[in-house]
Design a protein around this ligand. Structure first.
Ligand code: NAI
Ligand code: MG
Length: 372
């Protein structure tokens, strides 16, 4: 029996290209693993009416974690048109398989390391080493939304909150409500994960970026829980900033920050900002981690115009692979892989187009493998 079982989910477009790159590196590391292929993405929507078929969901019970490439998704009308004729008019709705993965597997923590590798020409500065922890299942992305807003929802809110009075009389169709829901448990979990990570990886600070002066209840909950958790980590400083100021500070002094923790929507935005500080989509890796399962993926999409051309940068995928190795407690391999990645970037001989080179996706992977 192999030590690890990994669900292998290339998905669409360049998802396949970069997963091939990951495999080259994993083979070189001789990770003792079985890779179980899973179907996910646009083809399965078109042919089966489900971009995340039940057989793929079953795979999650049989594996320790998943490595995922990228998928294509399209707006509602296009999604309908591309269904095979037999599936047209069956009232099928396209729903993002990634959002579904996160919710069904309760992958509550989104981890986004943003490290400036020395020698990367795309770095904003060379001394950035940030990690964003984003709550992954609640907040503004809870999915509890109303449009049109039913009258009884309006009436209940008005009865319970004086600030609703100004909206009285707005027609149901002319108002939309999206609820920002944060549970104490989710707040505690994401903050505890951030502090644990800071401790394990030697970061001196955790910054909570919220907006408690305006969004008093949900951001207030995040800050309260952060203070409680921080009390258990006397060696790590808790910094509190407003999310809007955080965006400015991250451009002004990104080198000052270590671990940053925030709720779902704020984290979505700020993690893209941080990714761009260290090279953008070609470097933006992520882990979606729950109590029982985790999915690792580059944050870029399927980039259809480059599909199958082996042109794109596999670094985001390789850094995601490193995160997976850490999750599997293969710390030594994770260190080896990161060292090899650093070396290839520093030498600068083998680079994809986004870094000013002309090497292929697989050339980069082979170069990284050769340094292991
Ligand atoms: P995208 O991330 O696929 O690509 C945008 C552009 O960024 C590309 O054309 C390319 O110039 C550059 N790029 C992306 N990855 C790169 C890499 N590894 N190396 C170098 N350059 C890279 O975003 P886009 O074009 O908005 O979306 C394409 C499809 O992907 C859509 O169907 C979208 O819904 C889907 N998508 C899927 C995601 C996922 O699977 N997690 C995330 C974002 C978009
Ligand atoms: Mg995003």
């Amino acid at each position: 029996m192999t030590k690890h079982k990994i669900a292998w989910l290339p998905g669409d477009g360049i998802g396949n290209d970069v997963m091939e790159a990951a495999r080259i590196v994993l083979s070189k590391l001789e990770l003792d693993a079985e890779y179980l292929h899973g179907d996910i993405g646009w083809d399965f929507w078109c042919k089966e009416g489900d971009p995340l078929p039940a057989r793929t969901i079953e795979l999650f019970d049989k594996t320790d974690c998943a490595l995922f490439g990228a998928i294509t998704s399209k707006p509602k009308e296009e999604a309908q048109q591309e269904l095979i004729p037999e599936l047209q008019n069956k009232n099928l709705d396209y729903y993002s398989p990634i959002v579904r993965l996160r919710q069904e597997l309760q992958l509550r923590t989104n981890l986004r390391p943003c490290k400036a590798f020395a020698g990367n020409p795309l770095n904003f500065r060379d001394d950035i080493d940030l990690v964003v922890f984003r709550e992954n299942t609640e907040g503004m992305y809870s999915g509890v939304e109303f449009h049109p807003v039913p009258q009884d929802v309006m009436d209940t809110l008005t009865a319970h909150h004086p600030k609703m009075k100004r909206f009285a009389g707005v027609l149901p169709d002319e108002i939309a409500i999206s609820l920002r829901i944060i549970t104490q448990e989710a707040a505690q979990n994401i903050i505890a994960d951030a502090f644990e990570y800071a401790k394990k990886h030697g970061y001196g600070s955790v910054t909570i970026a919220e907006k408690p002066n305006v969004i008093r209840e949900t951001s207030g909950m995040m800050i309260r829980e952060a203070r409680k958790v921080a009390a258990g980590y006397p060696d790590i400083e808790l910094w509190e900033t407003n999310i809007d100021a955080m965006a400015m500070w991250l451009i002004k002094n990104p080198q000052n920050y270590g671990v940053i923790v925030t709720s779902n929507l704020f984290g979505d935005i700020i993690s893209d900002l941080c990714a761009q500080l260290v090279g953008g989509l070609g470097f933006a890796a992520s882990g979606n981690i729950g109590d029982d399962y985790a999915v690792f993926e580059p944050t870029h999409g399927s980039a259809p115009k480059y599909a199958g051309q082996y042109k794109v940068n596999p670094m985001a995928m390789l850094i995601s692979t490193k995160l997976m190795l850490e999750y599997l407690q293969e710390d030594e391999m994770a260190v080896k892989l990161e060292r090899a990645i650093s070396q290839v970037i520093l030498e600068g001989k083998v680079r994809t187009y986004d870094m000013g080179g002309s090497s292929s996706t697989l050339d980069v992977a082979k170069e990284v493998a050769s340094k292991i």
